[in-house]
Design a protein around this ligand. Structure first.
Ligand code: NAG
Ligand code: NAG
Length: 212
């Protein structure tokens, strides 16, 4: 090998090493309700709790999951906190913590509670708040779903959540906005936050014909 070739080989080895995204310890995502891992429709829903478009799409996606039932469709939430939403990461950390310490149903109740008061967590109204003050506001929301707020604050400070890995996973899927939707691994580019159950049925019903 001449020096130039060696350099190229060295660089590819180094860059391969540097580009390894952490492998999640479990298949990523939070399952809604009774969604089955063997359901023929796996619907990945990438969300940001500070995002108004996510808030708009959220109830419809739950409606879609309820309509088909967990045997036919599994809805999976993936947090993808956008960097220009300053409170999104901590809001998602809260959901991860609650899912781990309580269960997915309480985490879902928390997400719904966050959406109800989402205006409080937007960038402008929180511009003068410290990170600590924001955590305390998040704990107040957690409290409304039965989580002990002071315990929540202590645990959040030391919580090594899977959120970083989840976010990186979203990057590997090509997620660049929220909400973002995938059915059986394929991005549904035409879907919008205002889509109704009827719009989703147009995509999903034809895929389910193999069961009939
Ligand atoms: C899961 O399924 C059981 C039995 O079919 C049902 O009683 C329960 O309400 C379901 N839970 C959710 C969260 O959908
Ligand atoms: C934040 O502080 C600045 C400077 O005091 C003030 O002009 C602004 O209105 C404050 N923002 C909020 C949302 O209270």
């Amino acid at each position: 090998m001449n020096a130039a070739v060696e350099l190229v080989v060295l660089f590819s080895v180094v860059s391969l090493g540097a580009s390894q995204v952490p492998v999640p310890k479990l298949p990523p995502g939070h399952t809604y309700g009774n969604g089955s891992s063997s359901a023929p429709i796996q619907l990945d829903f990438f969300i940001d709790l500070q995002c108004s478009d996510t808030k708009e799409a959220f109830p419809t996606l739950l409606q879609v999951a309820d309509y088909y039932g967990g045997k036919r469709l599994r809805l999976l939430f993936h947090f993808f906190p956008l960097p220009y939403h300053r409170n999104s990461y901590v809001l998602a950390q809260g959901a991860e913590l609650i899912a781990a310490k309580n269960n997915e149903a309480v985490a879902l109740a928390y997400m719904n509670a966050v959406f109800r008061v989402q205006d409080r967590f937007l960038n402008k109204p929180t511009e003068n708040k410290s990170a600590i003050a924001i955590i305390s506001d998040v704990a107040a929301v957690a409290r409304t779903v039965g989580v002990n707020p002071s315990q929540f604050i202590n645990e959040l400070a030391n919580y090594d959540s899977p959120l970083r890995t989840q976010w990186k996973y979203g990057c590997t899927r090509g997620v660049a906005q929220t909400p973002d939707f995938f059915i059986n691994g394929i991005q549904i580019v035409q879907a919008t936050p205002s889509w109704s159950l009827k719009d989703w049925k147009k995509i999903i019903d034809p895929l389910l014909t193999i069961l009939d």
